[in-house]
Design a protein around this ligand. Structure first.
Ligand SMILES: Nc1ncnc2c1ncn2[C@@H]1O[C@H](COP(=O)(O)OP(=O)(O)O)[C@@H](O)[C@H]1O
Ligand SMILES: [Mg+2]
Length: 453
């Protein structure tokens, strides 16, 4: 914890001096003021606790106490006084004073009171923080990663969440966190207290999907015995997440486009327009621009959806986040499975970082889940990831083409690929080729790759 700042307010220079000296010796940052007014001017500098003399030249302690609490409820105040009446004490406590100390005071007692007061607020803040996080299960921190790719993703998500209603298009391979990001956007936005509705466009035949989205009137089709609200209505003032939007049929694409443009729609079999305020987040693992070029996806809908595009990086583009993700998932599975796995061994980390992760973070999560279920060791080891290790070391079975190879060329090419994949990190490139850093360096020089590989 950083040093706490204490403001000493007393008009008697000697008292200020003795308190200040003592508190500095305890390791606090100390500010001083000799009047109520001077005290108020110091507050913006960032004060955690105020030692406040009751008798001040320009005002009394209770007035200043009230002003301090108005300025910031969390600032602790300890009143110092020689003339405490019970009434003043009661009033001061009601106004939120932490403690009332009689003059002449004992410096040791004051120091102990301050320490206790600061510890109490620290704990209170931590619990408050913890509660807020628990109440908002999809906070920004759920997007784990320290790489540039994930850091800028988090920034983008944060900005998108505050833009109240613009449509978002999430693109990226399966398992890269599109669902996760959609939920984080919803639950960190002003819409968080309203519903988050989620539907996978490929999961239902067209007619069913339409009535799920827009609802239907009684008798709209054979099975429609009752009137039914659609997701767009249920999610009013909330968010609708349309997953696998690339699979939506042309008919529904047209209806969705109309909704996005007019914010209103008709229930199936209904005549009246229904207007709702819904943020649409669409996701796809297809390249929608290509789908548009091939006339499989409406260009106008694509542009309408693509107002705020977010492209999710595949895990192989930010392998430096693998250790952090591994720790994050181990932590989660420890709780879920009541285990106490401490982490992964260096050998296991090498295997996990050397693998290409075609299934991205989802695959990493599944692999760890399985390893955690099967292992009883303190740390997950390389043999817990034997299936991956086989892929990582598959180079042993490299098949010589009939025409033969230029070994030097091949070595150079593999080296370049490994360096590219590791983002220039020589140790990690080495791990992919079974070489140590010196051996990698030697080859970089040998092939004249010194600057940019
Ligand atoms: N950056 C990340 N940090 C933490 N968990 C992640 C991250 N990316 C993905 N996940 C997790 O991986 C799994 C798959 O992610 P998901 O959002 O379902 O991917 P997608 O929708 O792109 O297929 C989920 O359990 C998700 O919480
Ligand atoms: Mg998904």
């Amino acid at each position: 914890m950083s040093k706490a700042t204490i403001l000493v307010v007393d008009d008697e220079a000697l008292i200020r001096w003795s308190l200040t000296e003592r508190l500095k010796a305890e390791g606090y940052d100390v500010l001083e003021a000799d009047t109520g007014r001077a005290a108020m001017e110091k507050l913006p500098e960032g004060v955690d606790l105020v030692l406040l003399d009751y008798r001040l030249p320009d005002t009394d302690g209770v007035t200043i106490l009230r002003k301090i609490k108005e300025f910031d409820q969390d600032i602790l105040v300890i009143l110092l006084t020689a003339y405490a009446s019970v009434e003043t004490a009661v009033e001061a406590m009601k106004l939120g004073a932490y403690h009332f100390a009689n003059k002449p005071f004992n410096l040791d007692e004051i120091a102990a009171t301050i320490e206790r007061a600061l510890e109490t607020t620290r704990l209170r803040r931590e619990v408050r923080q913890f509660r807020t996080n628990a109440a908002r299960p999809f906070s920004l921190q759920r997007i784990v990663g320290a790489s540039d790719a994930i850091t800028s993703l988090r920034h983008l998500v944060e900005r998108v969440a505050v833009s109240p209603s613009s449509t978002v298009l999430l693109t990226g391979e399966s398992g890269t966190g599109k669902d996760l990001v959609a939920k984080v956007i919803h639950y960190t936005s002003d819409r968080a207290s309203r519903p988050f509705m989620n539907i996978t466009c490929s999961a239902l035949p067209e007619q069913l999907l339409e009535s799920e989205l827009f609802g239907h009137e009684r008798g709209a089709f054979t099975d429609a015995r009752l009137q039914k609200k659609g997701l767009l209505e249920t999610a009013d003032r909330g968010t609708v997440f349309l997953d696998e939007i690339g699979e939506m049929t042309p008919g529904l694409q047209a209806k969705l486009l109309r909704f996005l443009e007019e914010k209103s729609f008709k229930r199936v079999g209904g005549a009246g327009d229904i207007t709702v305020d819904v943020r649409v987040i669409a996701a796809t693992n297809r390249n929608l621009e290509e789908e548009v070029a091939k006339n499989r996806f409406r260009a106008d809908l694509f542009y309408r959806l693509n107002v705020l595009p977010i492209s999710m990086p595949p895990l192989r583009a930010h392998p430096e986040d693998i250790p952090l993700l591994v720790e994050y998932f181990i932590d989660g599975f420890n709780t879920e499975f009541r285990k106490r796995v401490l982490g992964a061994t260096p050998a296991a980390s090498t295997v996990l970082q050397g693998y290409g992760w075609p299934g991205n973070v989802r695959e990493l999560r599944n692999v760890l889940e399985r390893a955690m279920l099967l292992s009883d060791a303190e740390r997950l080891d390389a043999r817990d990831f034997a299936a991956l290790a086989a892929v990582v070391t598959a180079g042993n079975d490299f098949e010589l083409p009939a025409a033969g190879v230029d070994l030097e060329q091949l070595e150079r090419s593999l080296l370049v690929q490994a360096l590219r994949r590791s983002g220039g990190n020589q140790t990690r490139a080495g791990a992919m080729l079974g070489l140590n850093r010196d051996q990698i360096r030697y080859r970089i020089e040998k092939f004249g790759l010194t600057t940019s590989p």
